[in-house]
Design a protein around this ligand. Structure first.
Ligand SMILES: Nc1ncnc2c1ncn2[C@@H]1O[C@H](COP(=O)(O)OP(=O)(O)O)[C@@H](O)[C@H]1O
Ligand SMILES: [Mg+2]
Length: 261
């Protein structure tokens, strides 16, 4: 589902994408709470752009990896190699991993390296943090590619920790929703994809306020609650999502959340 803040993020990524190779390549941080839609946005961006590239050539305009939960440099290189569909042997030394990652990236010739879950860097010592950030910078400099990282608000601290990265990093926040026409359009758009009747009048102020109360305005939870409300609208045979269906879901939500976490 598109929405203005997400579209603005996609637009900015699209602008960075064709940046010609230069010594100091740009760096962008996409941040927001867990469930804000960061990974989904990056996935869409990658899907749209990689689709344009011929598959057989082995080239990949965008390479995406996740910062491993134990964010050591060797596991970061391992993730990058795996994201390029190659196997990593546990006996490979750091130097081998680094050479393999660089050789594979050279072959894939991306213009952008995306690293998601960058806040995992907070789980390691300052020394390992610095090593991982240096590895990212090293790759960007060697390959002259833009770096895009995504993570929670804590990522802001981690990225500012490196003066070189801090001086060139641009930040985009994917914020939580507040009551707005954008949100009403997002709700209506999503319900329009589900097998329920269109009922714009039901998406009134009370509905939106209660939805925000249930979800704290987090995109992933908004989607989840709307899907459950639509399920209820089908079960109660009204096929119409309104405050009643939302209240039904809301009354059962604590156990659902409890089960999930
Ligand atoms: N633009 C969107 N359209 C539809 N659903 C979305 C959108 N963004 C996020 N979601 C929903 O929210 C969930 C969490 O999004 P995700 O991208 O994983 O969040 P984050 O990476 O910020 O933690 C997704 O699994 C999806 O169900
Ligand atoms: Mg994510």
């Amino acid at each position: 589902m598109g929405y203005p803040v997400g579209d603005a993020g996609l637009l900015r990524l699209g602008e960075l994408f064709p940046t010609p190779a230069r010594v100091r390549m740009p760096c962008l941080l996409l941040y927001g709470v867990s469930g804000a839609g960061k990974s989904m946005l990056l996935e869409k961006f990658q899907r749209d752009n990689n689709a344009l590239c011929e598959r057989r050539s082995g080239r990949r305009p965008i390479v995406t990896a996740q910062m491993p939960p134990v964010p050591l440099v060797r596991s970061l290189y391992g993730e990058i190699i795996r994201s390029l569909d190659a196997a990593v042997s546990p006996t490979m030394r750091l130097h081998e991993l680094e050479c393999t990652a660089i050789a594979m990236l050279r072959h894939a010739a991306p213009r952008m390296l995306v690293i998601d879950e960058i806040q995992h860097l907070l789980c390691c010592t300052t020394r390992d943090q610095r090593a991982a950030l240096n590895a990212i910078k090293f790759l960007a400099n060697q390959l002259r590619i833009s770096i895009v990282v995504a993570g929670t608000h804590e990522s802001l601290h981690v990225m500012r920790f490196d003066p070189q990265i801090a001086s060139r990093i641009e930040q985009i926040e994917l914020p939580i929703w507040n009551e707005s026409d954008d949100l009403r359009r997002f709700i209506a758009g999503y319900l329009g994809l589900l097998p329920v009747r269109r009922a714009p009048a039901a998406i009134n102020k009370q509905f939106v306020e209660y939805l925000l109360e249930l979800t704290d305005g987090v995109t992933g939870r908004v989607i989840d609650v709307l899907r459950r409300a639509a399920g209820q609208a089908i079960a109660d045979r009204t096929r119409r999502v309104g405050l009643d269906q939302l209240q039904y879901v809301g009354a059962r939500l604590p156990t659902i959340i409890g089960q999930r976490t």
